[in-house]
Design a protein around this ligand. Structure first.
Ligand code: NAG
Ligand code: NAG
Ligand code: CA
Ligand code: CA
Length: 231
């Protein structure tokens, strides 16, 4: 393929990864965008553990980030500079791996790439209604989640917590009732509501440590634009 074609494909891929399914997230501060990968950081990214062909790290175990608690978009952007993104839990095995990390490390909570499609570009999507059941997806790769009231196929349990601030099952958008802030981001919480380790919808401005996972899209983009780079 000609380089120009590769470039165009890479840029299209980047644009479509901006947050999907169709658009950029509406951030809560003006002028905030997704960060582009930094080739040197991609080449030297922390690789703490692996699953399938992906590398991962937990911010709390990386000296440069161990004290960091950041909001959801900042967390994504820190990951993205390394050609990674926030972790997406598409399989039971990967979910188990992350639950074990929280349990063994006594980690209270982490951000994932899970996001509610409630921003510009998500209107008029009848397939996402009602949002609380059908509107969740992994923003790292635009993959839709199983409806929130069902166990994903083969999991045998529903990873969303059965309880929370309002003592009802998650997602509950509880902060909306408190002060009108929507809970549009997915965090894994470790027994915060005496509910074990489970998924919760949380307002995206909350500051948390995070897990980064390799992004095929960003790695491919950096590989195609930096001849000979070792990633
Ligand atoms: C926030 O949540 C409320 C209640 O579910 C909903 O009516 C409203 O449209 C949401 N706001 C946005 C920006 O999605
Ligand atoms: C909502 O309440 C929380 C905690 O009470 C606060 O930190 C946050 O800034 C509030 N959000 C808005 C938009 O007022
Ligand atoms: Ca994943
Ligand atoms: Ca919640």
């Amino acid at each position: 393929m000609k380089l120009s074609v590769v470039l165009v494909l890479a840029l299209v891929a980047l644009a479509s990864s901006d947050v999907g399914p169709n658009s950029r997230p509406k951030s809560n501060r003006p002028g905030r965008f997704l960060s582009l990968p930094v080739p040197q950081k991609c080449a030297n990214r922390p690789k703490q553990f692996q699953f399938g062909r992906h590398n991962y790290f937990f911010s709390g175990n990386v000296p440069a980030h161990s004290q960091q608690k950041v909001d959801w978009l900042d967390a994504r952007n820190i990951c993205r500079e390394y050609c990674m993104d926030l972790v997406s839990l598409e399989s039971l095995e990967e979910n188990n791996m992350i639950f074990r990390l929280l349990q063994q490390g006594n980690v209270p909570y982490i951000w994932t790439s899970g996001r509610l499609c409630d921003f510009k570009g998500c209107e008029n999507r009848r397939d996402l209604e009602p949002k609380s059941l059908f509107g969740w997806f992994w923003s790292a790769n635009q993959q839709k989640m199983t409806p929130t009231n069902q166990a994903p196929a083969g999991w045998g349990f529903n990873p969303w917590s059965q309880t929370g601030h309002k003592k009802t099952r998650q997602p509950d958008n509880a902060e909306f009732d408190i002060n009108g802030t929507n809970e549009s981001c997915l965090a894994v919480l470790n027994n915060v509501y005496e509910d074990g380790i489970a998924w919760h919808d949380v307002a995206c401005y909350h500051e948390k440590p995070f897990v980064c996972e390799d992004s095929d899209e960003l790695l491919n983009y950096v590989a195609s634009t930096n001849r000979g780079i070792r990633l």
